[in-house]
Ligand binder design. Structure first.
Ligand SMILES: CC(C)(COP(=O)(O)OP(=O)(O)OC[C@H]1O[C@@H](n2cnc3c(N)ncnc32)[C@H](O)[C@@H]1OP(=O)(O)O)[C@@H](O)C(=O)NCCC(=O)NCCS
Length: 263
């Protein structure tokens, strides 16, 4: 008999983050903030949002084309508004540094309780996740695309155990599971700022229980699985959200979600 995938929990089903200031997150906390681009972003609004970016961000945005430029400006505006919920810093005053592979982090101002974040975009949605656990947080959102042959890609890039588990599924569920695995791998890549070539290809995720995702890291990564937490949620009908976090905490993660108006 064909296997059936367990349903992913909805991100919107997490306890909600309210309006107004929010206490700094601790080592078990991850707050996931969503913004839908399509709602109210015309050209004038985009110019207004771009005005809160730093000179280097403005330079980057002007080099980008249309949809990507919009995504970049909205994403950075989202980060700025979200971070300002945790500290008395106006959105335009945040300064970001870029890691070697392009991951942004807070460069200034200095905070009494450090904050780390990760950003991801897809199909008119940007999501920013904030934690107090440490810099190794990565999120990814990915679309489930009907009709793609996920197995071809999986055979090339995934360990045999994952490719085998995909083969066992009917086509639509196979695509869904493929996207879940892909998003998890990308979230880890973004947390660590590494690439597939750094050993990710040999890392295997066990998704038998969506609320308790298992991982066997490739030896080359030198990881201790107990330091990592992985989560998967459904953002929308066809959008998957993945989180990777390294934390010293032993207590369960406290995940919260919210929407952040950019005003
Ligand atoms: C860098 C990378 C992770 C970005 O992922 P993506 O799906 O294209 O884009 P997302 O929308 O999820 O994330 C983009 C945001 O992440 C941040 N970011 C950029 N580079 C990053 C990096 N190396 N690490 C972490 N975050 C990064 C930025 O905030 C960026 O948004 P911005 O430029 O608008 O500020 C991706 O391009 C990449 O190189 N992946 C490696 C491929 C791979 O090994 N995949 C594993 C599957 S087997």
């Amino acid at each position: 008999m064909r296997k059936v995938l367990p349903a992913l929990p909805a991100l919107s089903g997490l306890p909600r983050l309210g309006e107004g200031p929010i206490p700094a997150p601790g080592p078990c906390d991850v707050h996931v903030w969503r913004y839908d681009h399509t709602a109210d972003i015309d050209d004038a609004r985009l110019v207004a949002l771009a005005a809160m970016l730093s000179p280097d961000e403005i330079a980057r945005s002007t080099a980008l084309r249309d949809a990507r430029r919009r995504q970049f400006v909205v994403g950075r505006a989202l980060c700025r508004h979200v971070l300002s919920r945790y500290a008395q810093v106006p959105p335009q005053d945040w300064r970001f540094a870029l890691g070697d592979r392009g991951k942004p982090s807070i460069a200034a101002p200095a905070l009494a309780s450090p904050l780390w974040f990760s950003l991801s975009h897809a199909d008119g949605v940007s999501v920013c996740a904030v934690t107090g656990a440490g810099p190794e947080i990565g999120i990814d959102i990915e679309s489930v695309v009907a009709g793609r042959d996920a197995l071809d890609v999986a055979v090339q890039f995934f360990p045999e155990a994952e490719a085998h588990a995909l083969r066992e599924l009917p086509p639509m569920q196979r695509e869904e599971r493929f996207v879940q695995l892909w998003a998890l791998k990308e979230s880890y890549v973004k947390a660590r700022q590494i690439s597939l070539a750094d050993g990710l290809g040999g890392t295997t995720f066990d998704l038998a229980r969506p609320d308790d995702i298992g991982v066997i890291f490739a030896d080359a990564l030198g990881e201790h699985a107990q330091e990592w937490r992985f989560s998967l949620f459904r953002l929308d009908e066809a959008l998957i959200f993945a989180l990777a976090l390294r934390t010293d905490a032993t207590a369960p993660l406290r995940l919260r979600s919210g929407t952040c108006p950019l005003s």
